[in-house]
Design a protein around this ligand. Sequence first.
Ligand code: SAH
Ligand code: SF4
Length: 470
Amino acid sequence: MANSNLSENTADIKNQEKYTSRVRTILEKMPFAPKYYIATFGCQQNEADSERLSGTAQSLGYVKAENLEDADLIIFNTCAVREHAELRALSKTGQLKHLKEKNKNLLIGLWGCMVSQEKRVEDIKHKYPYVDFVAGTNMLHRLPEILCDCLENDRRRYYVDELDYSIVEGVPVEREDKIKAYVSIMYGCDNFCTYCVVPYVRGRERSRKKEDILNEVRSLVSDGYKEITLLGQNVNSYGKKGEENCDFATLVEEICKIDGDFTLRFMTSHPKDVSDRLIEVIKNNPKVERHFHLPVQSGSTRILKEMNRKYSREGYLETVKKLKSAIPDIVLTTDIIVGFPGETNEDFEETLSLVKEVGYDSVFSFIYSPRPGTPASKMEDDTGDGEKTERMSKLLSLHRENITAINKSYVGKTVRVLCEKGADEKGFFTGRTSGFKLVKFQSQKGDIIGKYVDVKIDSFGESLLRGKTE
Ligand code: SAH
Ligand code: SF4
């Protein structure tokens, strides 16, 4: 982890050192090395946060548990974007009660977006008395302090309203993967799409210092990482507040100047912030992979306005046109919300026609889920659940038609693939193309994990291509 150019919040992480040594002293007295288990719900940002929770747990003396049952510290890093994600985390939390009865030393914590909402914290206080601590997204660097409090004082802790929207560098990190790495470049979101809870649970948008990001990427590349994914709720508004005198296009350009054999991805981009210069930078830098995730949410300008997305159907399609003409091999993917309050059949037909026109490789579609405290949750919604499910299946079958035609066009072609995983029981390796398409393939070549190989495609499924190395 880059430590050379720490932000003004160095004091914060320094402050944790005394707690770290107090926790270590307690844990060292245990007859066996205590184990931790972290389960992640939700997006890549949460996965990246969990890698930091994991790194911190290790720095305190915990070792990774193979499964939940063996753990002395369990943390669920939760999501709040849809109700379903919250219910899943709560149901899994319910299943932890018996573990607490078996292991009296077990500490259970709920982390992240779901417990950055006061109402959920109240639920947990009353319905899940065996949860030892809850902490919101902005507490990431304070795990030592929280655990110290739980271990020394044997009391429940709720760190929710101590919202601190700063950026803290230098938190230890234990990465899940040895080939691909996430690098957060900004936190929070200022867009306030009317359906979305993220600005309320992750706070205001703020960008990391350019030098901190460049240092982190440099150190990952020198450690042999092959693929870096820049993360943020709205990556392409990086530096918008003038923090760094550097916008996203410039940041990408500077990262590409770093020597080494690596490639770059980023997500998520907001359509309103795709500048012509960003398109030029991608076009001119072969290190940037040919994949653009560009959530459209709806094909109806009227609904986009209600969603506060700040672009129209026409504006979005214009951006897609520019991207495709500058970078003909670009692969586009998107997110769509079905059944936003007031969405009529005509609005939905516009979504279908947009999906048809763009020809996405993946469509992540979600039925609208009202989120407490958001403007959309107060809007009138008279579309029945049955109708929403029907719209969803229409969207999925249209996408299926599109993707069949797209995937068919790969048959007989050779694609470059970064091999991520070794052969499964049927002898198939797993990798991704530059456009992020999943490829399962056979190969007689020796050591190919973490390397680029050319794969000739011979068949396909709905969400993958199949082939052999040449
Ligand atoms: N910052 C990213 C991702 C936000 S959450 C972006 O702006 O694209 C990921 C996706 O979840 C969103 O793109 C949206 O499609 C979906 N989503 C967010 N809130 C939702 C809600 N209340 N109901 C259903 N889907 C939602
Ligand atoms: Fe939510 Fe919109 Fe921000 Fe994405 S851009 S996180 S959808 S408010």
